[in-house]
Design a protein. Structure first.
Lengths: 105, 166
């Protein structure tokens, strides 16, 4: 029991995997595009958690620097994604993804 | 600490995926972001924890809330929460779970007892985590840093163009 309660890198990897899984399921399952973008942020966050955990395990700061880049990219992605969402809403008066069917013939 | 905030982050993530009202989803997402910031602190990443609170808890969260408020609440009421491919999500979760267990089951990770000196020391001097991150970021990774700044400019112009009225 004591070995399980001692927090190590494996704990972080498992938690990050579970967060990743929840995010992926959210992206596939939900219809509302706002919530899909939120799930995407969850996925990116879980990757950051992994980067920080392995950075600590290896005693190397590169993981943290990479996580800084990842956060910047996530911010840009959120801005563009929400811009697309607003454009979609103006066009179709909905945020539900299965109503955006211009390309399905 | 790890178990409390890890469980909180996970529960909030499940809330994001399962709650009906996007506003509640946004609040759950904020709880998840802040819990993950605490988990960063526990692994010696003080600078990243602050960046996480600023960028995710501040910037991205405000962006989401503005868009939710911009879009009419009545239009957001969903008839069904989940799309027609909801079973695909469960299949993807199952497959990813199997891949993870297969890849990591006999894994052994090194677990240092305390925060590595590289996190707070620059060339033998104890300066703190922000300085240590800046040292690596501006010396070893200067070109990627500049590329990220150009990327953010492109994203900003793109978001303004997409959000503009025709």
């Amino acid at each position: 029991m004591g070995a399980i309660l001692e927090v190590g890198t494996l704990h972080y990897v498992v938690l990050s995997f579970l967060l990743f899984l929840v995010g992926v399921v959210g992206i596939i399952v939900r219809r509302n595009m706002i919530v899909v973008l939120m799930s995407l942020e969850l996925v990116l966050n879980s990757v950051n958690l992994n980067l920080v955990a392995f950075s600590y395990a290896n005693g190397d700061l590169t993981g943290q620097v990479f996580a800084v880049f990842s956060i910047a990219v996530a911010a840009g992605e959120a801005a563009v994604g929400l811009g697309i969402l607003v454009a979609l809403f103006r066009l179709r008066q909905t945020t539900e993804l299965d109503k955006a069917t211009e390309l399905s013939g | 600490m790890f178990f409390v905030f890890g469980a909180l982050a996970l529960a909030a993530a499940v809330g994001v995926v399962t709650l009906r009202n996007p506003m509640y989803c946004a609040v759950a997402l904020l709880v998840s972001f802040l819990s993950i910031a605490v988990l960063f602190l526990l692994r010696g990443a003080e600078f990243l924890a602050v960046v996480q609170v600023f960028v995710y808890g501040g910037g991205i969260m405000v962006l989401f809330l503005f868009v939710i408020m911009l879009i009419n609440q009545h239009q957001l009421r969903e008839t069904r929460k989940y799309g027609p491919h909801w079973w695909l999500g469960l299949v993807a979760a199952l497959v990813l779970g199997l891949v993870f267990v297969r890849a990591f089951y006999p894994a052994v990770f090194s677990d240092p007892a305390s925060s590595p000196p590289a996190f707070t020391h620059v060339e033998g001097l104890a300066l703190g985590n922000s300085q240590a991150v800046a040292w690596v970021l501006y010396r070893q990774y200067l070109l990627p840093f500049e590329i990220v700044s150009v990327f953010l400019l492109v994203a900003m112009v793109g978001a303004v163009l997409l959000g503009r009225r025709q």
